[in-house]
Write a protein that binds this ligand. Structure first.
Ligand code: TYD
Ligand code: MG
Length: 453
């Protein structure tokens, strides 16, 4: 056994380098390079030996079996997982501290247990008593959920072997450590090695595994980002603290489609599934106010109606302020230029603020038209018609461009009682089966303004 080798790993992106530097050359973050001692890597060799036992097989001889998703029992979680858990599926759940990851995992544990399966919940951060208190508040009291407060990887692996659960939840991976490694818990090396061993165990036993990982904006904690390529599915739990809505987003899924979202509301009794998010995002809308436009946007395979608000006011400075929240600010700058040039709106001396209501992020290009209409409506102090939704991308020449999944956007708008949708000519051929909504085709932003504002 040689002398332990020293390397430096970036806690943000996991890049490794033999030399220390103030800035990571790969991701450009400052002060994230941490010293680590590489030992002989027993986990890696264990992983290799378990792989080497299976001989290579010609492709057609591999039995063709559909992956069976077993629902967890939580509709929104099942949606982002692609229908539920597959045996041996490893899911990484990332999110900022306090967003509700532990709450979601306990609720998932409860609903999996309710279907007769056994769950092992490893809490590395909270005590057993804290977990029990939270669980009783959430109404989670299944005898099939086993809880253990443990940080040692060896102990956790031993518990998995004895309890033989169908689902293991590790909350959080940053608190787990292997004694053989010199590095502190939470460092890139520990996180990666512990995750690799847990993943091997889950694959061998064919049980589901959720790894919870904290992520912070400045990346000072060893980011779960280094784990993204090791796991089957990556979910991010997001939302802002000032709103009770939380969005669970699929970033990667080997067993389903990505870009799915699940919507939850954080209440006093835990996370509630939001079955009709559009209705909630529009619930406080005042259609008589100028500066509001409804966009039919797509998140994953799901259509979502959101309210875009804009406020244009005379600026007291030479260079006016432009701020966008929940929207792409670069696109907003472009849309302002298009409105000035092709719709003759005098915006040069206006401060412009725009946001998406409900604290959600909607950055697809199909949001362009609704933002343009909200700005125009605010400048002209004229409300838009209350029964209309917008979905089109704007080109630099002021032309409307087609969007994907136009029919789905129409259906969602129809469901919520909207009567007309403004689209580019290429998307306006879409129809809904019930036909209670009219798809109207416009060629340019100037034409839409003539008709609506
Ligand atoms: P938590 O699941 O501990 O977050 P994480 O594991 O991501 O750090 O949830 C944290 C917040 O959720 C906490 O500030 C309180 C709130 N909360 C509720 O509003 N209702 C509830 O029923 C529970 C359990 C938590
Ligand atoms: Mg937690």
């Amino acid at each position: 056994m040689g002398k332990p080798k020293t390397i430096y790993s970036c806690t943000n992106c996991g890049a490794q380098s033999p030399k220390w530097g103030g800035r990571c050359v790969q991701c450009g973050q400052w002060g994230t390079m941490e010293e680590e001692f590489l030992e002989t890597e027993p986990a890696a060799s264990a992983a290799h030996s378990s792989l080497a036992t299976s001989p290579p097989v010609p492709l057609p001889e591999i039995p063709l079996s559909e992956q069976q998703h077993t629902p967890c029992g939580n509709g929104e979680l099942d949606r982002v997982l692609g229908g539920g858990l597959v045996p041996g599926m490893v899911v990484l759940l990332g999110g900022e501290p306090g967003i509700g990851k532990s709450t979601l995992m306990l609720q998932a544990a409860q609903s999996v247990a309710a279907s007769g399966r056994t769950v092992l919940y490893v809490t590395g951060e909270e005590s057993m008593r804290q977990t029990r208190m939270r669980a009783s508040r959430l109404g989670a009291d299944s005898e099939r959920v086993f809880v253990v407060a443990e940080n040692s990887l060896a102990a956790i692996t031993a518990h998995i072997e004895t309890i033989a659960p169908d689902l293991v939840i590790v909350d959080s991976i940053q608190m787990i450590h292997r004694h053989e490694l010199a590095a502190a818990p939470g460092t890139v090396n520990q996180v990666r090695q512990c995750a690799m061993e847990l993943i091997c165990t889950a694959k061998r036993r064919e049980c589901g595994l959720f790894l919870v990982g904290h992520i912070t904006k400045d990346g000072t904690i060893a980011g779960p980002k280094v784990l993204e390529h090791l796991v089957d599915c990556v979910l991010y739990f997001e939302g802002d603290r000032f709103h009770s809505y939380r969005i669970l987003r699929t970033i990667k899924n080997r067993y389903g489609s990505t870009n799915e979202i699940g919507v939850f509301e954080m209440t006093r009794d835990g996370l509630k599934e939001v079955l009709n998010p559009s209705a909630i995002f529009l619930s406080e809308r005042d259609a008589a106010q100028p500066g509001n436009a409804i966009a039919a946007t797509i998140e994953g395979s799901r259509s979502l109606l959101v309210e875009v608000q804009a406020l244009a006011s005379k600026s007291s400075f030479a260079s006016p302020t432009r701020r966008a929240s929940g929207l792409d600010s670069n696109r907003m700058a472009m849309i302002i230029a298009v409105l000035e040039r092709h719709a003759a709106l005098p915006l040069g001396t206006n401060d412009i603020f725009a946001s998406v209501v409900g604290g959600i992020q909607a950055v697809e290009p199909a949001m362009d038209l609704s933002l343009a209409m909200a700005i125009a409506s605010s400048v002209r102090a004229k409300p838009l018609s209350a029964d209309c939704v917008f979905a089109a991308e704007l080109g630099l020449g002021g032309e409307l461009r087609g969007v994907t999944m136009a029919e789905q956007r129409l259906k969602e708008a129809e469901k919520l009682g909207f009567k007309q949708a403004v689209l580019a000519p290429s998307s306006a051929t879409a129809q809904t089966p019930r036909g209670n909504i009219r798809a109207r085709a416009f060629r340019s932003i100037a034409e839409v303004l003539d008709a609506f504002c």
